[in-house]
Design a protein around this ligand. Structure first.
Ligand SMILES: NC(=O)c1ccc[n+]([C@@H]2O[C@H](COP(=O)([O-])OP(=O)(O)OC[C@H]3O[C@@H](n4cnc5c(N)ncnc54)[C@H](O)[C@@H]3O)[C@@H](O)[C@H]2O)c1
Length: 276
């Protein structure tokens, strides 16, 4: 159901790769809620061509930008304010990639050039987006900026590898830049820590199916879907969350506050019966 919470608001949505992407669902929900936006992704992702279907459905333009490139971001943000007819009210940073994870490197054998790439793409790009927007004076007062995180920033999930450090940095940037933009422009900056979700980035992590099922059984509400996350993003972009900033917001069906669940006890009991 659409509540038109974003009527009259303009923004940029990064990271819609295909219909499974969190950013794809977010774009659909923001569109339903009345928001207008430019879609952006890395040149290599745009070559897949899928994003144009989404753009058509949402009446959006697509502008290519490697989120690690200040030149690309400057071009994207200045063109977006022109196209949308004013400064921005929201930005979704839904970007993540680790060459070490993608190429299956062991945590004790990381390639450090790739490690730096992981940090640049998945964390520093969040800073670069905000710094570029600030320098271009492209943000309206009370605008809302959201990045996507994962609980591996706080607790170890071995296969998440160097992405865990990237998410810790991402969450820290949300606090530091949230302070700065809060003071100067009443802009709020938050990260959403999302449940495991079946997307290209998610399923690229080793053992994804197992920890997807484990998280589902460890969450009283079950895993939050990409669509649930998109709805949450709409509320954070809306004026209903004006005083929420510098937070890492758990959107995980209760996973982060749960020690053990009946389902996990049951599985362990059955295992013991088989072994015994
Ligand atoms: N899927 C999960 O289980 C899960 C859980 C928690 C958080 N997240 C986070 O959600 C966000 C979105 O991921 P997703 O799960 O929708 O997967 P996805 O693969 O659909 O999206 C990741 C996006 O990052 C983009 N990207 C990669 N390098 C880029 C660059 N240099 N410049 C610009 N864009 C670039 C990709 O093209 C892609 O669109 C990521 O930050 C991810 O870490 C995902």
């Amino acid at each position: 159901m659409a509540y038109q919470l974003l009527n009259g608001k303009r923004g940029i949505i990064f990271g819609a790769l295909d219909e499974n992407s969190i950013a794809w669902k977010a774009a659909q929900k923001v569109h339903e809620a009345g928001g207008k936006f430019v879609l952006s992704n890395a040149p290599v992702a745009l070559r897949m061509g899928k994003i144009n279907e989404l753009a058509e459905a949402c009446g959006s333009e697509v502008i290519s930008a490697d989120a690690t490139s200040i030149d690309d971001l400057t071009n994207l943000i200045s063109k977006s304010t022109e196209l949308l007819g004013g400064k921005l009210d929201f930005i979704l940073h839904s970007i993540g990639m680790s060459p070490n994870v993608r190429k299956g490197r062991d945590y004790g054998d990381l390639n450090y050039d790739w490690y730096l790439k992981t940090l640049d793409i998945s964390a520093l790009s969040f800073h670069k987006v905000m710094q570029t927007a600030e320098k271009l004076d492209a943000l309206n007062e009370w605008s809302s900026i959201v990045g996507l995180s994962y609980i591996a920033a706080q607790k170890t999930f071995p296969d998440y590898s160097d992405m865990a450090q990237a998410k810790s940095v991402l969450e820290s940037i949300a606090r530091s830049y949230g302070y700065r933009l809060g003071k100067s422009k009443k802009v709020r900056v938050n990260t959403i820590s999302q449940s495991p979700t079946k997307t290209t980035a998610g399923t690229g992590v080793g053992g994804f199916d197992v920890f997807f099922d484990y998280a589902d059984k460890m969450s009283p509400l079950g895993n939050a879907s990409a669509e649930d996350c998109a709805n949450y993003i709409v509320t954070l972009f809306s004026d209903l969350c004006r005083m929420v900033t510098m937070q890492n917001l758990m959107h995980d069906g209760g996973f982060s506050s749960t020690g053990i669940t009946d389902e996990i006890v049951e599985i362990m009991r059955k295992k013991e019966e088989i072994v015994g």
